[in-house]
Ligand binder design. Structure first.
Ligand code: GCU
Length: 833
């Protein structure tokens, strides 16, 4: 049996190769690190290679520093790690190494199997060392004369960690950085995180939430930020912070935070100076202002550029720190009754005239789409408007709208729709990745940021499979034209094993996962149809998209659906793109189906290019998506014994949970729209569930029937809850189905506020017992209500059932959770419902 693993090393496990494979590699005699400074990335690289060789090849290799003294024994080889300039200073010929970009590296094996890992700078050497190790861990030899350069200089992550230790959109336990309003004492996890980041070329991190707090600048925290920087520096990761714009008022008691006020300027100069005493290599400030209730320059009658330039001037005195100003500026009290209003227009409207006004150390960070990390969005048109001001794209490894790490959703296929998109600026080829690399407009600083929500859980992200997105994010920031399948294959070999069954299974599930999720959560560019007015952003709640000022409107009524974003009759958003792209989106005929409802308001009977109507596509896609989600767990189950049990079970539990929740999504969305437009499903599925027994139709003792809001979050619109919160309830009925083998599924609600317990029996025999404890098991908030977030399913497989048997469920309530049950399904083998 394979030893259990908890995920803490992510893809850097350095599992040993089989002795046959290991014997193909030479015995390494020494590692020569061309730096003796223990905090340098070169020294880190040497230690990492030592650790890797020990794990992968079971070789114990010493680290030395003196290149000259190395005398080469014939049957052993040496690994040299350093910068190209240090190698050259040691008298070595570097004329065969082509010029490298910042952070680039040269990886070379000579005829005697000696390896040179040489970086353009110290970080580059570390990146080269990881490349060497990750190849070796997959049994792949070190290449000769291999150079690798990052596509862009900025490859950062944004943590949304709060000082109190919570994490905005965190689904993996409390912060590894902060606790009780201060930086944690023990930063071991922070160094481990920096190691993971460095291994995929990530070189910067904003350590706190964009919704920031002035306490970040307390003396204790300034010192703490210094400790965080020290923990990450050996891995070549530099830190920056997110600012609260009103800090002058709230921390220093100034009467204003006006960016042109001399006292405010002096305040930020002082803070910046103090911060640099602790973090001399600060990468800069990230600013969320005039967004979702945050104050900003507009609050004081100043322009966005005036706000950004205040911080730019303060940073200018020290090093190369930059101001990263988020383009996520919009009015969240927008009037829906005006068909011209459109939140998607906001970023271009706010930023296009600022392009020439920002100081030269200001960059604008733009979410990949114009709204907010939806399951499908067009590329933000703002990328076509900034020419002088460099841009950073903002992705989300955090799966906020994409199943919150409880649904598997491998993101590179989504990212590629954005990165490869050709904006045709000035009629010339302008794929987004060439804008971000700086190539299109000649920028020196530009690149990538991603919101990452690692937490204290040993899995980092609450799910082993979700870690492929963190790994892939680094790989894409380095090489944005990478193949999504190659990346997941590498990750799987490193994370689990090179066993082809495992690699193929994880690859196929991952590659299908985003289209599957899109199918059951929001099609044709309508966005993720989750609850958006509460903070959860998780389960289905299509009606929450409309009727409020947030501007994520679908404009669904009895006749039609979709936002008219055309120039001719709509919000004009399509016209924000360069001419060729604008023309494509302006017309229904030339808009790709997957974005139809993003750009056009159409009747439900509108025919797609596929020939289906919009509404039938909705129904079919939801059925297909949920059906495919059912296949993930059985496919994973075939890997039992091929990977360690702990990780096997952890993933299996989540895939089974996802299978159940995908059905909640399917039924909620389909019933919602069928109710709205009154058009039946051509295949008669929506609203007809022949395998179900509704809980409200059972004989109830100690249980009451209640309506569920929204109606579509319950089968038949109703469920049952116990009549008190301290006495059990019982629901009984006779099984009306023919005798046979069934998968018996119970749909119930697992919400916050208590942990109910359930017992299911058939014909007097206990089939299963379980607890409503998903909140603790899945590590994220659901809701405190019976709704689409908390609706869930447990399935008992291959149960032998006799017609007429008594089915009995006893529910034991706890606190506010009244053992709620929706329905029970008896599913013949192969049936999904
Ligand atoms: C989303 C998210 C918020 C976050 C915001 C942002 O709206 O739900 O939690 O603060 O994006 O990016 O600033």
């Amino acid at each position: 049996m394979l030893p259990d693993e908890n995920g803490i090393d992510g893809w850097l496990r350095y599992a040993s190769l089989s002795s046959k494979l290991a014997s193909q590699f030479k015995q390494y005699r020494s590692i020569i690190a061309l730096s003796k400074d223990e905090s340098s990335p070169v020294f880190t690289a040497a230690k990492e290679v030592q650790k890797g060789l020990n794990g992968i090849l079971k070789q114990e290799v010493k680290i030395g520093h003196d290149l000259a003294s190395k005398s080469q024994a014939e049957d052993t080889a040496t690994i040299v790690i350093g910068t190209i300039s240090a190698f050259s200073q040691a008298g070595k010929d570097v004329s065969n190494i082509p010029p490298l970009k910042e952070d680039g590296f040269w990886l070379n094996k000579d005829g005697n199997e000696n390896v040179q890992i040489l970086g353009q700078n110290e970080r580059g050497a570390l990146y080269g060392a990881f490349e060497f190790l990750m190849l070796l861990a997959q049994g792949k030899p070190c290449p000769s004369g291999h150079i690798s350069n990052p596509s862009a200089p900025i490859r950062w992550v944004n943590q949304w960690d709060n000082l109190d230790g919570s994490i905005e959109r965190g689904y993996a336990g409390p912060s590894i950085f902060f606790k009780d309003m201060v930086v944690r004492e023990d930063l071991t996890r922070v160094s481990q995180y920096a190691r993971l980041m460095a291994s995929v070329g990530l070189n910067g991190i904003i350590v706190n939430n964009v919704n920031s707090h002035h306490e970040l600048f307390s003396l204790k925290n300034l010192e703490g930020l210094g400790r965080i920087a020290n923990a990450m520096r050996p891995w070549g990761v530099r830190i920056g912070v997110a600012l609260f714009f009103d800090t002058p008022k709230t921390l220093a008691g100034l009467p204003t935070s006006d960016p042109l006020d001399p006292d405010v300027i002096a305040f930020w100069d002082r803070i910046t100076a103090e911060l640099h005493q602790h973090v001399p290599d600060l990468i800069g400030y990230l600013i969320k202002a005039n967004s979702e209730g945050q104050p900003g320059p507009l609050t004081y009658g100043r322009t966005l550029a005036e706000g950004a330039n205040l911080f730019a001037a303060a940073l200018k005195r020290y090093g190369d720190g930059v101001v990263v100003y988020r383009a996520f500026v919009y009015n969240h009290h927008l009037d829906e009754s005006n068909w011209k209003n459109d939140r998607a227009n906001a970023a271009v409207e706010f930023f296009k005239d600022m392009d020439t006004l920002f100081a030269d150390n200001v960059l604008v960070q733009i979410k990949y789409g114009p709204i907010d990390f939806q399951v499908r969005e067009p590329t933000s048109p703002l990328f076509a408007h900034l020419r002088k001001t460099p841009a950073i794209i903002e992705f989300q490894v955090a799966q906020e709208y994409l199943g919150q790490q409880s649904h598997v959703c491998y993101l590179p296929p989504l990212w590629k729709t954005i990165l490869d998109f050709d904006l045709r600026i000035d009629g010339e080829s302008s794929p987004v990745h060439k804008i971000l690399s700086g190539e299109r407009f000649g920028w020196k600083q530009s690149g990538y940021a991603s919101v990452v929500n690692v937490g204290s859980d040993s899995t980092w992200l609450g799910s082993h499979l979700a870690m492929s997105n963190l790994y892939a994010y680094g790989r894409y920031a380095w090489a944005p034209t990478s193949d999504a399948e190659d990346v997941i294959r590498d990750w799987t070999r490193l994370t689990f094993t090179s066993n082809p069954t495992v690699v193929d299974t994880v690859t196929s599930i991952s590659m299908e996962s985003w289209p599957t999720y899109e199918n059951y959560s929001g099609n044709l560019g309508i966005q993720t149809l989750c609850e958006i007015t509460k903070t959860c952003h998780y389960g289905p709640r299509p009606d929450s998209m409309d009727g409020n000022g947030w501007g994520q409107w679908t404009r669904a009524d009895a006749h039609g659906i979709g936002m008219d974003r055309t120039v001719a009759t709509g919000t004009g958003y399509a016209g924000q793109y360069p001419t060729e792209v604008a023309k494509m989106y302006e017309k229904i005929e030339t808009t790709p189906d997957e974005l139809l409802l993003w750009f056009h308001h159409v009747p439900y009977t509108q025919r797609l290019k596929s020939g289906k109507t919009v509404i039938q596509h909705f129904y079919d896609a939801h059925y297909e998506g949920a059906a495919n989600a059912q296949t993930f767990a059985p496919r994973w189950e075939a890997l039992r014994g091929l990977i360690d049990d702990a990780r096997f079970k952890h993933v299996l539990f989540r895939l089974k949970y996802q299978a159940g929740h995908s059905l909640v999504w399917r039924d909620s969305v389909n019933n919602f729209y069928m109710d709205k437009c009154g058009i039946a499903d051509e295949h008669g599925r929506v609203g007809h569930y022949p395998y179900r027994i509704e809980a409200e139709s059972m004989d109830l003792t100690g249980y009451n029937v209640v309506p569920i809001t929204p109606f579509e979050a319950a089968s038949g619109g109703k469920a049952i809850i116990t009549t008190s919160n301290d006495k059990p309830g019982t629901a009984k009925c006779k099984v009306p189905f023919e005798t046979g083998i069934y998968n018996v599924a119970v749909n119930y609600y697992d919400h916050l506020g208590g942990t109910s317990r359930y017992k299911l029996s058939l014909g007097g025999k206990v089939i299963g017992e379980w607890a409503g404890d998903l909140g603790t098991v899945l590590l994220h908030d659901f809701s405190d209500l019976r709704d689409g977030h908390s609706a869930t399913r447990i399935t008992f497989e291959s149960v032998s059932v006799n017609k007429g048997d008594v089915l009995e469920i006893i529910g034991m309530p706890d606190g506010d959770e009244l053992a709620p049950i929706d329905y029970v399904s008896f599913l013949p083998p192969g049936v999904v419902d």
